[in-house]
Design a protein around this ligand. Structure first.
Ligand code: TYD
Ligand code: MG
Length: 456
């Protein structure tokens, strides 16, 4: 009979290895691999198909069921990221670095949902009741009808929830939870997985929405949220740069809505406040045109967001010049530099290049290519771009500009914020161009360089 073998799982990325190693092949993390007991010690030699199970009732795809009823929290930024409000019986993971504001966000969310009429339970495994109450007081939420418990024993938590039958249970955090059926320390891969499994099954069985907090860990001492991402319906990441007030709640997976929505918040002395017009915020520090800055008309989910791409180009004292990128993909910078060099004959050899998105925003859209190229050229030539201009467009390896999605929304947002010119790829589906906005279509990067910076 084959012996059930233990496996070795990386706490960072969840990759499974046959044997222990100091470094995970999959994600490169050190000291993150932990031994895991086999899931069941049942007769492994018998295949499941040979055993008699229950016959499942099979349905068809057509359904009369209405879309799930959603509850709005009243916090518009949170509702949007959830796909239009909270879905009953859904399991939601909120991941993020320690100290970024997850507990603050979820306490505010609990209070908001409780005030909209949901029965909410907040379970903290990290802080004492007094601490949570103090925070509630500071956030002016002390009178919200949220029930609070501080506990880490999962059995007791589930028994309590079973009796209480809340509409929403918040568990802060999944890494502190401890199931007495699993023989490993809280925070280990097996514990985190077991706790997440128990809580998500509870959600489906009892119709309670469950929000789990998961710390992202650098050291891999405790299991990261990756381990539970596949078990939950919705995965939200709460991000922000240290030293910046802005926090972005980003949906990376959502079974009940679009997966690329963002909600923008600002951390203040009174907790998180919503930023309903992020473009104005990310552009607020612009007063006069400077060389190296270009405004990108981007889209985050269903919402247009204007951001400023900033570049600095300086002679390098190093043999291999520096390429430093914050808020954008480093690979795309290399590609853009290569295209500028080979297709437009503008070399960046011997020059240090620094690229940054203002305000701590992260931009992942390829549509940002043109703004990146414009910022780089403007910095290199020391010529400021016109202050009233936004740009967008994807650059292909041939140097051609490719149209991008939602052109109309980008133009509308630019016009709303007082811009009077947009530079867009030729063949863009313009739709109705807003009044007062001039659109200049560019077929390729060479044409753009010629027009904006003379012959290049
Ligand atoms: P917290 O929600 O405890 O973070 P997490 O749960 O993700 O670890 O937030 C901690 C930080 O937020 C802390 O550095 C203090 C700051 N903060 C404020 O600036 N204002 C506030 O009103 C609150 C409650 C926290
Ligand atoms: Mg916390």
């Amino acid at each position: 009979m084959a012996k059930p073998t233990t496996s070795f799982t990386c706490a960072q990325c969840g990759a499974v290895h046959k044997k222990w190693a100091g470094r995970c092949d999959a994600c490169g993390a050190w000291n993150s691999i932990a031994e895991e007991a086999p899931l069941s010690a049942g007769p492994a030699s018998k295949s499941l198909g040979a055993l008699r199970g229950r016959t499942l009732p099979l349905g068809d795809l057509s359904t009369e069921e209405a879309p799930p009823p959603r509850t709005s929290s009243g916090l518009e930024e949170l509702d949007r990221v959830l796909g239009g409000g909270l879905v009953p019986a859904s399991a939601i993971l909120v991941g993020g670095d320690p100290g970024i504001g997850k507990s603050t966000l979820l306490l505010q969310a609990a209070a908001a949902f409780a005030r909209s009429g949901l029965k909410c339970v907040y379970v903290s495994g990290e802080e004492a009741s007094a601490q949570v109450r103090m925070r509630a007081q500071r956030l002016d939420l002390a009178d919200a009808p949220v029930k609070l418990a501080t506990e880490t024993n999962l059995r007791d938590i589930l028994t309590t929830l079973e009796a209480e039958k809340p509409d929403l249970a918040i568990i802060d955090s999944i890494q502190t939870m401890w199931a007495d059926t699993v023989e490993s320390a809280p925070g280990s891969v097996s514990q985190v997985r077991a706790a997440a499994h128990e809580l998500t099954t509870f959600a489906k069985r009892r119709g309670t929405a469950v929000m789990l907090v998961g710390h992202v860990t650098k050291e891999g001492q405790i299991a990261g949220p990756r381990v539970v991402e596949h078990m939950v319906d919705t995965v939200l990441y709460f991000e922000g740069e240290r030293g910046h007030q802005f926090r972005i709640l980003r949906a990376v997976k959502n079974r009940f809505g679009p997966a690329d929505e963002i909600g923008v918040f600002e951390m203040t002395g009174m907790g998180l406040s919503q930023v309903t017009n992020p473009s104005a915020l990310f552009l607020s520090e612009r007063d006069k045109p400077v060389a190296g800055a270009a405004v990108f008309a981007g889209i985050e989910g269903t919402r247009p967001v204007l951001t400023e791409v900033q570049a600095l180009v300086a002679p390098s004292p190093l043999g291999t010049p520096r390429r430093t990128v914050v808020g954008l993909d480093a690979g795309r910078l290399s590609t853009t530099l290569a295209v500028l060099e080979s297709r437009c004959g503008i070399p960046f050899a011997g020059l240090d290049v620094f690229l940054n998105v203002a305000g701590g925003m992260k931009v992942t859209e390829p549509a940002a290519d043109l703004a990146v190229a414009a910022a780089l050229l403007s910095a290199r030539e020391d010529v400021a771009l016109p202050a009233d201009t936004v740009l967008f467009g994807e650059i292909s390896l041939s140097g051609a500009l490719r149209p991008v999605s939602q052109t109309e929304n980008r133009l509308k947002e630019a016009q709303k914020l007082g811009f009077s010119q947009a530079i867009a790829p030729a063949r863009s589906k313009l739709g109705g161009v807003p009044a007062g906005l001039k659109v200049r279509s560019m077929p390729d990067l060479t044409a753009f360089v010629g027009e904006m910076f003379g012959a290049g």
